[in-house]
Ligand binder design. Structure first.
Ligand code: FAD
Ligand code: FES
Length: 261
């Protein structure tokens, strides 16, 4: 199994305000297994040594391509430099890394809920692609600050068996309010829940579904190595206060009852 590669940039474009879609091609795509796994990208600067962890939003094994969506920071950031790269150049990539969202237990009769907030939405698209092949009923709740930063709604909606609802904090699109409020209005049973977003959103999801066995939350943490060697990314283990979990290696996806948010 390959872990590092100079992947070719097939395309890069701004798809929403300061949000870029980057399509990469290379052999690492062969190793992508679970939605929710991430890549560590080296930014094109000698000064910025730490790689940037970015989730894989989707992949196409036949074309050996994968798509990432990332938010560009201000001019001082690594993602700003990354956003200036163009098709034909290559990016030094480490991955795929971490444990993603398990889907094996999902069956045709399951009601599945997928909840994404802001730049936490991208990895949920590959997840929805995989789940929609199982013929289960899927509801996707997406929350954004405002309409200008909304991503992937149409792509989710085009998948079979998927119903999408969108909330914006300022009411500029869809339901007016925070995604937690939209979630509370939802009058629906769920057999499995998958979520990725800001800690406040994950907390609301974990509280609402605290007794659900199949609750999966993707956590974010500052990372250095990305491969379990440096302990930069640890979070407390709910089951054992003396034990820490590494988001890069034990996660980023955890069972809802396994980790302190
Ligand atoms: P800088 O300020 O230049 O970053 C300085 C350092 O801080 C870098 O090492 C950077 O990696 C780290 N850092 C800064 N903010 C964060 C953050 N929020 N989380 C982790 N490290 C941070 N963002 C996306 O836009 N799209 C994604 O799909 C995505 N997936 C992620 C998946 C995982 C598992 C993790 C841990 C983070 C993910 N992020 C994603 C957040 C993304 O890694 C940061 O926004 C990005 O690293 C910031 O880098 P910068 O060059 O813009 O900022
Ligand atoms: Fe080094 Fe997780 S980033 S152990």
């Amino acid at each position: 199994m390959k872990l590092q590669e100079e992947m070719l940039i097939v395309s890069q474009k701004e798809v929403a305000e300061d949000i870029f879609e980057l399509v990469l091609q290379g052999d690492l795509v062969n190793d992508m297994e679970m939605a929710g796994q991430f890549l560590q990208l080296k930014v094109p600067s000698q000064d910025l040594l730490l790689r940037r962890p970015i989730s894989i939003s989707s992949w196409n094994k036949q074309e050996k391509t994968c798509t990432l969506l990332y938010r560009r920071g201000d001019k001082t950031t690594g993602t700003y430099l990354l956003s200036k790269m163009v098709a034909g150049q290559s990016v030094d990539i480490l991955g795929p890394l971490g444990k993603g969202f398990p889907v094996d237990e999902v069956t045709k009769t399951d009601q599945v809920l997928i909840i994404g907030g802001g730049i936490g939405v991208p990895p949920l698209y590959e997840l929805a692609k995989q789940l929609s092949k199982k013929d289960c009923a899927i509801t996707v709740l997406l929350g954004f600050a405002r309409a200008e930063v909304k991503i992937l709604e149409e792509q989710f909606a085009q998948l079979p068996n998927v119903q999408v609802k969108v909330a914006t904090d300022n009411g500029s699109y869809g339901y007016h309010g925070h995604i937690g409020q939209l979630l509370n209005q939802l009058d629906q049973e769920a057999d499995a829940v998958y979520a990725c977003g800001a800690p406040m959103m994950l907390k609301a999801v974990a509280t609402k579904f605290e007794n659900l066995e199949r609750l999966y939350l993707s956590m974010e943490a500052r990372m250095a190595c990305g491969i379990g060697a440096c302990y930069a990314c640890v979070v407390p283990d709910k089951k054992d206060p003396n034990h820490a979990l590494k988001v890069c290696q034990d996660g980023p996806v955890f069972k809802g009852n396994g980790v302190v948010i």
